[in-house]
Ligand binder design. Structure first.
Ligand SMILES: [Fe+2]
Ligand SMILES: [Fe+2]
Length: 174
């Protein structure tokens, strides 16, 4: 009986997180899923990326005028996101390296996979596959929220970051 109750709680937690990400309109809707890393510039970046993704319009009517402008805006936003993400990843990897994190290599691989996926999807979009936009927006949002939580589980203390709670104390929980 207790086992069953626990299972229900865990399913509800996952569903709640998904629901919060899928229905998010502003940063405050998902910010509680992004524990602070203790490194101000990383926290600022993570919140900035989530804001940028939330601001991306991903519904296109395919018509003239505003439809075309919206498509161009989305393509520009993807380019900007890729550029800023690349800079952010370089900074983050330098901090993980300075802190002697054993997760540096795995984390850097995640960054590379993210960039590869983003470039592939942006290419499809630029080639007229406008339908990738809506799903891509959702995936980007979910990725950045999860990413912030994963980075928060790292210990940057050896990199001279601000005082922060013990590693894992703020694990990824809704
Ligand atoms: Fe990051
Ligand atoms: Fe990262």
């Amino acid at each position: 009986m207790a086992e069953k109750a626990l299972r229900i709680v865990s399913i509800d937690t996952g569903s709640f997180r998904r629901w919060a990400v899928e229905t998010a309109r502003i940063l405050g809707d998902v910010e509680f899923l992004m524990p602070a890393t203790g490194v101000a510039e990383l926290d600022r970046d993570h919140r900035g990326f989530v804001r940028a993704v939330l601001d991306m319009e991903a519904d296109f009517d395919g018509g003239e005028g505003s439809g075309k402008e919206a498509v161009d805006r989305f393509a520009d936003a993807l380019d900007k996101l890729a550029r800023q993400a690349g800079e952010h990843f370089t900074r983050e990897e330098a901090l993980l390296s300075a802190a002697g994190s054993p997760k540096l290599a795995a984390h850097a691989r995640e960054h590379q996979e993210f960039m590869d996926t983003l470039h592939r999807q942006a290419e499809l979009f630029r080639n007229g596959r406008l339908n990738v936009a809506r799903r891509l927006r959702g995936r980007l949002l979910s990725w950045w929220v999860d990413h912030a939580a994963r980075v928060a589980a790292e210990d940057f203390s050896a990199a001279g970051s601000e005082a922060r709670p013990a590693v894992g104390a703020q694990g990824a929980r809704p």
